[in-house]
Design a binder for this molecule. Structure first.
Ligand code: RBF
Length: 156
């Protein structure tokens, strides 16, 4: 596993049994986003996060993730948010608009609330590429998004 999050994998430097996480999940391509959710949820549980401290919020599509994340981040008790979505390139320029808006929207929520908000959004050319990253041969990006917010809470 490349990158900074490898150090979080499996255990954390801080206590997580008193931390609360929100996972915002886009319903578009739900076969993929459901698998990303499983990855994120299991990663948090494995790190010692209590079941009752993981809140799931569903939104229609990835474009709605920033607002869903904002609703979660504005709740005082929520320590970090994980956004999960899957945008697959179609035949029209929609892909670019959605990806741009979601990436920038999620970044704004990070900075506005000063809480980690992970961009666990697959932006792929094909469904196959998405499956490979949602529990397939390239791992599970939902799991990695969970490790990322934990890593950020450790840095604080
Ligand atoms: N949402 C996704 O999460 N993934 C997609 O691949 C996706 N493709 C879309 C393609 C088109 C042509 C449209 C109109 C919407 C798509 N959406 C997708 C939904 C989008 O995120 C949002 O829910 C809607 O645009 C309503 O705001």
């Amino acid at each position: 596993m490349a990158g900074i999050i490898s150090s979080v994998k499996g255990n954390s430097k801080i206590r997580l049994d008193n931390k609360r996480f929100a996972i915002v999940v886009a319903e578009w391509n739900e076969e993929i986003t459901g698998a990303l959710y499983e990855g994120a949820y299991q990663a948090l549980r494995q790190l010692g996060v209590k079941e009752k401290h993981i809140i799931r919020k569903d939104v229609p599509g990835s474009y709605e993730l920033p607002l869903g994340a904002q609703w979660m981040a504005e709740q005082k008790e929520v320590d970090a948010v994980i956004c999960l979505g899957c945008v697959i390139k179609g035949d029209t320029p929609h892909f670019d608009y959605i990806c741009q808006a979601v990436a920038q929207g999620i970044m704004k929520v990070n900075l506005r609330f000063g809480k980690p908000v992970a961009f666990g959004v697959l932006t792929t050319l094909t469904r196959q590429q998405a499956l490979e990253r949602a529990g397939g041969k390239l791992g599970n990006k939902g799991e990695e998004a969970a490790w990322t917010v934990v890593k950020m809470l450790e840095q604080r």
